[in-house]
Design a binder for this molecule. Structure first.
Ligand SMILES: NC(=O)c1ccc[n+]([C@@H]2O[C@H](COP(=O)([O-])OP(=O)(O)OC[C@H]3O[C@@H](n4cnc5c(N)ncnc54)[C@H](OP(=O)(O)O)[C@@H]3O)[C@@H](O)[C@H]2O)c1
Length: 313
């Protein structure tokens, strides 16, 4: 027979056993869940468009124009707050589905991570828009080596890498579209924007050749080459300083540029220059000999620099 003390000792042991039993049961549940991780499948009732740099500025204008046409969206940018804001406005206004991926496109692995995410989620990708890019008033001679490399990675490498890794999905869902965002600066060598115009001309040439290469796969490639677009105060200031009243007249708003870009991309146009003044200027820039253009832009840049020094002194 057990003594009464033994009976008294039983309840605490039992408690521990029950806790261990419950915890192990719960852990098994967790493991079971992570072993068979459920990746939510995309809402493929509508086709998807991926906008790299779609949270602000021209990229947001493009996203809005695509949403208006019923495309679901995948928006990529670095900052989660602006991505969240864009998602909630676009979803509530256009009743589409928006996925957001906070990723820095200048990193080596970003393109492959994005492609893997799209494949894992079975995205019905129809449109790829490579929009993210940077300019700035400091260019080449006053640029640090790190900033120089960052600009090349973001403006050139990210566009070329993302296009390559997403080709299988675009081909699977063809007819499909790639929209690369360059600039009017890509039509001419600009001494005060040497790096910027060089990276953007790379995107223009890349788009021409890629369009030819993908013709048989029914993937259309377009290249947006806008003049000044007033997306932020620095651009307004820079345009006034370097191009004066003419530049201000040529400047456009990002919503308008996005609308024109999407409309013409879906019509399979190769080079897209929104706005009449910008269009005329771009024709002149492309016709004139390069030496003249460099000298013209060089002089305009020097004038703007001299004005800036005078204003600061
Ligand atoms: N504005 C103009 O006058 C003009 C004229 C001609 C061509 N362009 C070209 O048009 C494109 C857009 O210009 P914008 O003025 O609209 O620029 P913006 O207003 O600065 O918007 C840039 C977009 O790209 C994202 N982005 C920037 N760096 C990124 C990075 N490293 N990784 C991921 N996302 C990044 C930004 O979000 P986060 O900051 O959160 O990353 C934002 O969504 C650029 O390629 C630019 O060169 C602009």
């Amino acid at each position: 027979m057990r003594n009464p003390d033994q009976y008294r000792l039983q309840p605490p042991y039992m408690k521990y056993l029950i806790i261990i039993f419950l915890i192990s049961g719960q852990c098994q549940g967790c493991l079971a869940q992570s072993n068979t991780e459920i990746i939510p499948q995309a809402d493929n009732s509508r086709p998807y468009a991926l906008v790299a740099g779609g949270s602000k500025g021209i990229g947001y204008g493009i996203s809005e124009a695509l949403a208006k046409r019923g495309y679901n969206l995948i928006l990529i940018a670095r900052h989660l707050d602006t991505l969240d804001k864009a998602k909630s406005i676009l979803e509530s206004t256009f009743h589409i589905h928006v996925e957001i991926l906070p990723i820095d496109l200048s990193f080596d692995k970003s393109a492959t991570e994005i492609a893997k995410w799209c494949t894992d989620h079975d995205i019905h990708l129809k449109v790829l828009c490579n929009v993210a890019g940077m300019g700035g008033s400091r260019d080449y001679l006053s640029l640090s080596l790190d900033s120089l490399r960052y600009m090349v990675r973001l403006n050139v490498e990210s566009c070329m890498a993302l296009s390559l890794v997403l080709l299988p999905l675009l081909e699977k869902n063809s007819p499909s579209y790639i929209l690369n965002v360059a600039s009017m600066a890509g039509f001419a060598p600009i001494p005060v924007k040497n790096m910027y115009s060089a990276t953007k001309s790379a995107i223009v040439f890349f788009s021409y050749s890629l369009r030819y290469q993908l013709k048989d796969k029914h993937i259309s490639v377009s290249c947006l080459c806008p003049g000044p677009v007033f997306t932020k105060p620095e651009i307004v200031k820079d345009t006034k300083a370097k191009l004066g009243k003419f530049g201000v007249k040529m400047a456009l708003q990002p919503e308008y540029v996005g609308e024109v870009a999407v409309k013409k991309t879906l019509k399979r146009k190769l080079i897209i220059v929104p706005g009449t003044l910008a269009k005329i200027s771009s024709v002149v820039i492309r016709i004139l000999p390069r030496r003249w253009i460099v000298a013209l832009y060089g002089r305009a840049g020097k004038k703007a620099g001299a004005k800036k020094v005078k204003a600061n002194s």
